[in-house]
Design a protein. Structure first.
Lengths: 458, 112, 458, 458, 112, 112
């Protein structure tokens, strides 16, 4: 059934695209005119594309972190999810999603053109924008797989991947980045999110939270007494490698979000990104050290990612000391978040909600606090972005950030809840208890992750 | 002295060990083995090609105990290992001639 | 023996290079003059080098995919092969290969200068070109190690690595990219291969096919009844990570092949690359799902790579819907190819022939079908490249592509067959059956891949 | 105790930074003025940042190589060290280290401003320079973790990480790169080290040597008869992947060290980097082949890295044949170095001293021998750098290189010895024998690297 | 009841299992062990340094069977495990006192 | 014929094997097991959450030998396995009915 639907959908999409393509009256598909108009575009394209490649590479990072933090019996499943969300997400985003973000605005709510990159979209600028938005959308999509790991049916995940890239992510992204209503809030400069603490990470994190809640905890996560139990990941080296890859990729994510190499502020963004990750990671390490007396690598890795998420929104509007402070708070938040969710009996196997959800929101607020008034919104000119600690406009900006934060939580969590509930009713979202015990690799994919190694599966 | 060797499902080990803890907490050794009996294996696939795996992963618990403990321990294991489906496993009992605790040098019953 | 020959050859090469270097009358070794002549070169250099770095990183991707898809007992061997083909290939390509591609043309057949980068070659433009061609040659070389995995003697592989980078690859590359005869075919714009579906991938794939045939299947690949048996790879996570790395590296491979940042079409190429990989991967997944009812990650990974290979030739001459269509065909081809080779009792452990060989050829043909006439050959000006579906010149272009496809198959398969047959006569290409059973790691390298892990070797 | 100190130190740093930040009279935090003054800066920033990202990614490479070459029971420990040296190092370097390198020179010995990037440092140029210097400092820091692997207490490592980035590295880097006394030696053009064979690698290598000596060999490294025993690493695939990542990252390290995309010589640097690594790797492979008759991957990997280290200083002043020759020597040095240290009963688990220490020094000397007089010091104009083989200035330059080599050994080894001795007196540097046997993962971190796999720990 | 424990080359397991399938398809447990007997190990190397590994990987097959089955099964194993070279392995036979099938509760002969 | 099975600390295996080499170099099989006796496990943690692991990794050495060799071998093992701390392990002795060397077909004493 699902197969047939998928396949037909896939073909239908194509037909539409070809039809649409037939009208194509391409404005500048070779880029010659664009370059002539602005020779500086060459370096901008190089910058944006290279940064986009780095963001795409974050898919590898997520795949490694999530697999490493889960059990060997679900590795194939996690890898397949991490590949297929990019695959299905790309097709969905191409067909519809991009048009919703960047198409002609319709009432501040939704974009409504550029579907299938057809017609006028055959243009170097549009393709560049598409590529950039695509790798961002795919990042949001892939975050969720961590929160729902080790128990979500694969076919439900396929549908989920399409829906987030078709609709959930693009709509919210349109509000903030597609000149939608949030960007026009009458406070400060409107809601601001430089590289997507909210648009990408909080969306991913809160959809993930909804998924984790609908699914319920993994078998064995909470003891008969209700106490949370640790379920250690199968490969710390894989998780650590994944975190390094993510950190590396984030240098595309944040500095690349200038969408121009002519804003030399990119050096400041790179430094802020590093400093915030560092201080968050150290804070998380020290907090767990205080609690258990051991140097907990898992939490230090989560901490680094938390810092990266938190600095994503403010990275272009602050200087290094603020990045360090934001990181310290991020470290507290991620550690606290992990324990807090466990206390609520919510099972988030890799810490995705704490890292991306809570810290995504923190990043939005941090803009309203720490933005220091030296930099505009993707511009070096006034009006400058100011937070609470700097000048009079701060209160307004903080208000805009707060509203955006509330909206992103409501939108992502709400859509996520509806999506997973509907999926549950239609397909069932959770694998059989017996299959969960055996591991999803064999049941869903037929392929164990490490067939030659002796593994204690439990 | 006897040795009980119980071949059980991997996912039951935790429960069995917990139950054993309540019936006297004997010393136990656990091994990871693969085997088949009535249960005939499963189909896996790799890059589009299916294949049959006829050895399935199991755990084996070994407990050396006094003769009179055998029944109680076997029952505990059975109660906690049983699902009723094929592949539940088997228990074998063997004679043991002697035992020695390396740390203290105690032998026989004392050492178990 | 071999050692001594290798060492002497190595020294001889050097002496030659130093002598040659003595004549050096370097045109522009610092680049100051080149920059003065065209200040835009700075961004071109950045673009080409960064893309070249990404292509070099594909070596890591191949190493991971091949190791992950093979058994633990041959991991050290595969890693050594993947390292040494780059190492030996670089030296061979430096000594001779580059000169054959890019040296003064001799009858449309072969280049004949710039050996050892000596004399006039001490020039920033030449070095740039060398670096780019080198990482491409090394990619062709490394493809083969997958097809001949788990049974080829290491010393035969060392010789093979030298020969493909000295001769097999450079000659064909000269025909297409070094203004050789294929580029001058009197059909369409001559045979075209934007980034090397044919030059790199089909060459690698068909040399690999020859190797796989000469070697014969691995012990146990076909049952006593002649039926193919699966030999699962030891680490799905390694294979998946490798595929992500390759995908990432392909963003250097394809967009970088403009060899200029001033062709803003690079954004279109990046998008096409992504879309084709995505649709091929999904197609492969769905095809196997239809057959076995499971979501096969191995084939989805192969599918993504197949799409990347297929789009490599046409990527600069099409728009996104064509990329999606090319990907669907690639998905069918890779799945069909894997079953087809097995039916012929040819053992290609990682699917290299289906991915790189068959889809490389498909990519060449796709140029002749889908090229949409908006873009020239590495130029934004006319004459434009047109395929069958677009305008009158299409039939000619398709013919040029067909000829190139036939030639690449004949050349690569022919040379490969001769090479491996000669190697077999001289050194023996296949390890002892006993050694094959034990695994090549200990026999050839003395170093097991995972000495501390319990592994069921068979 | 340590925790509290760490935490307080951390907070104190921050307060200082905030206070300092308050004075901030930022010269050009947006970069608008800088760009206006020189529009070519856009491409330079792109180049330097992208190269810097690649250098940062080398952290992943080091993590993988070191973990792969050590035992499974210490994987979590090695990964934590590799993460935390970057984390702690970044904070330390931000607070103090950068100011020591690049701050106002004080008697040729030390820099003395720009601490915490405060005040005037809020400037795109300063941040760019900081980012670049930071990733270099972190590389020096992370080298040491290999030499002291599997036996150093984690808290000692934390302190070490801070000290090397606060003081040891910055002071020496100031002497060479911060217009300190070594750069002004009255021989040749003063001591030259293009990308840091000495500043980064030799510093890391010799501090590592000091650490390895103070710690003594791992339990079991030398038999009762005093003969060295092999302690094989747990994952050859991880080590190989790490080496590929390092090689990839080195393309940032060396070509990026022009700190400008307007020196087209970057293409030459990229080629030299590749050729030297290739010839060193092949040489190391052949040497061990001659000794044991097997193709030793571990040594070939070490060899590639040795070549990369050796070419780091001379890469911009030589042509390709010299790179190949330097690589051959590097191959001999790394193999000889490994056996030599073992003969001295020094235990360097991953070969860090031979790779980075000995070859770092060789790289410095190679400048004085092979520099061919076509390129200036980070400039395309005269005065040109000339080595012994080229023209009269060679002897002077060689002398300058020799002095620098002696100084770096003395400084790094001396500081390292004092640091580890003091740490030993205060905290104890070595874990208990019992803990060493059990592995550091559980004792120090509570988290085994591969909890589900059957591992023969010994 | 007896238990046959056959220590064999890893690469022979497949053939032995296939042959056993033809001689009555008894239940089997397979374990991965390391050992040495006459066979003295091999030389490995790591980063240029050689070392001797004296324990080599082997598989052990355990089969509990009725007394009268022992000879037949042992012969089947020997026929399929033998290469004639050092390292072929050994077979040991042990007494077993009882057996129990967890799923059904059957004991003794019935349970094998 | 007897079989000695010694459960010992992993880190002691090397020493025991070396000592056995001096006392007649008997054939040995080594297995990796997990177990608990008096020793009660240790605390690990993962992403900030602690948990108790009650099965600890051990090695088991199996030696089939002639009846009269048992004491000597057991003593050798004890001498080299002992640390005096909890977790040193245990030795069990079992009856063996027969042995066979696959390569030659020798049976009984000859085959050990
Ligand atoms: N005769 C036997 N000898 C040794 N091991 C056996 C024997 N029979 C069964 N086993 C082991 O017991 C496990 C479970 O047996 P199985 O037949 O699947 O149980 P059941 O008959 O209760 O369904 C097998 O995987 C195998 O390891
Ligand atoms: N006395 C013994 N006790 C336990 N295991 C033994 C004994 N002798 C041999 N083995 C096991 O049998 C395997 C094969 O023995 P080996 O001596 O190499 O065979 P063969 O003598 O036929 O060449 C060894 O690796 C070891 O695991
Ligand atoms: N009764 C038993 N049956 C089977 N194995 C046992 C038994 N008692 C102990 N063991 C094994 O011996 C190991 C060491 O036992 P332990 O009690 O820790 O030694 P000790 O009492 O000398 O401190 C355990 O890990 C377990 O594998």
């Amino acid at each position: 059934m699902l197969r047939r639907i998928l396949f037909l959908g896939f073909l239908a999409m194509l037909l539409l695209a070809m039809v649409a393509g037939a009208w194509a009256a391409a404005p500048d598909p070779t880029g010659a005119a664009t370059l002539k108009a602005d020779p500086g575009k060459a370096v901008d394209y190089v910058w944006v594309l290279v940064c986009g490649f780095l963001v795409m590479f974050m898919q590898a990072g997520f795949a490694c972190v999530e697999s490493g933090f889960c059990r060997a019996k679900n590795v194939t499943n996690l890898m397949t999810k991490n590949l297929l969300d990019f695959v299905v997400g790309s097709l969905a985003f191409w067909a519809v999603g991009f048009g919703i973000i960047m198409g002609t605005d319709w009432g501040g709510l939704i974009g409504s053109s550029k579907f299938f990159l057809a017609g006028d979209s055959y243009d170097v600028e549009t393709y560049l924008s598409f590529f950039w938005q695509l790798v961002f959308a795919a990042t949001a999509a892939t975050i969720v797989s961590g929160a729902v790991a080790e128990r979500l049916k694969f076919k439900a995940y396929l549908v989920y991947s399409a829906v987030i890239c078709l609709f959930i992510y693009p709509v919210y992204a349109h509000w903030v980045w597609g000149s939608g209503w949030l960007s026009k809030l009458p406070f400060g400069l409107g809601h601001l999110d430089f590289a997507g603490s909210g648009v990408v990470h909080a969306v991913g994190g809160f959809v993930g939270l909804a998924g984790a809640i609908v699914l319920g905890p993994r078998y064995g996560k909470f003891g008969k007494d209700g106490k949370p139990r640790a379920i250690p990941g199968h490969s710390i080296s894989l998780a650590a490698l994944g975190t390094f890859i993510l950190w590396f990729g984030w240098f595309g994510f944040n500095p690349g979000s200038t969408f121009s190499a002519h804003q030399l502020r990119i050096s400041v963004i790179a430094v802020n990104t590093t400093m915030c990750a560092a201080s968050a990671s150290l804070t998380a390490l020290l907090l767990v050290l205080g609690k258990t007396g051991k140097y907990d690598l898992g939490m230090a890795l989560n901490g680094a990612l938390a810092g990266l998420v938190a600095v994503t929104a403010p990275c272009a509007w602050i200087s290094s000391w603020a990045a360090v402070v934001i990181g310290i708070v991020a470290g507290f938040l991620v550690v606290g978040g992990v324990y807090f969710l466990e206390a609520l009996k919510i099972d988030d196997p890799v810490g995705a909600v704490s890292v991306h959800g809570f810290n995504g929101v923190w990043g939005l607020l941090a803009v309203g606090i720490f933005a220091d008034g030296t930099y505009g919104n993707y511009a070096t000119k006034a009006p400058f972005v100011e937070g609470l600690l700097f000048g009079g406009a701060g209160a307004g900006q903080f208000m805009a950030q707060l509203i955006g934060a509330v909206v992103v939580i409501a939108w992502a969590f709400g859509c996520g809840l509806i999506l997973f509930k509907v999926l549950d009713a239609v397909l069932g979202v959770r694998v059989d208890p017996h299959e969960e015990l055996q591991g999803l690799d064999i049941v869903e994919h037929g392929t164990p992750g490490y067939p030659e190694f002796y593994i204690t599966r439990s | 002295m006897k040795e009980i060797r119980a071949i059980v499902r991997l996912e039951k080990v935790r429960d069995i060990l917990d139950a054993l803890e309540d019936s006297g907490h004997p010393g136990v050794s656990v091994e990871r083995i693969e085997g088949h009996g009535r249960q005939t294996g499963l189909v896996e696939q790799f890059r589009g090609r299916e294949f049959k795996v006829d050895l399935l992963p199991k755990a084996r618990l070994n407990i050396v105990c006094a003769d009179e403990e055998v029944d109680k321990l076997v029952n505990t294991i059975v109660d906690n290992a049983k699902t009723g489906a094929i592949g539940d496993g088997k228990i074998f009992v063997y004679p043991v001639e002697n035992a020695l605790r390396i740390r203290t040098g105690e032998v026989g019953q004392e050492a178990i």
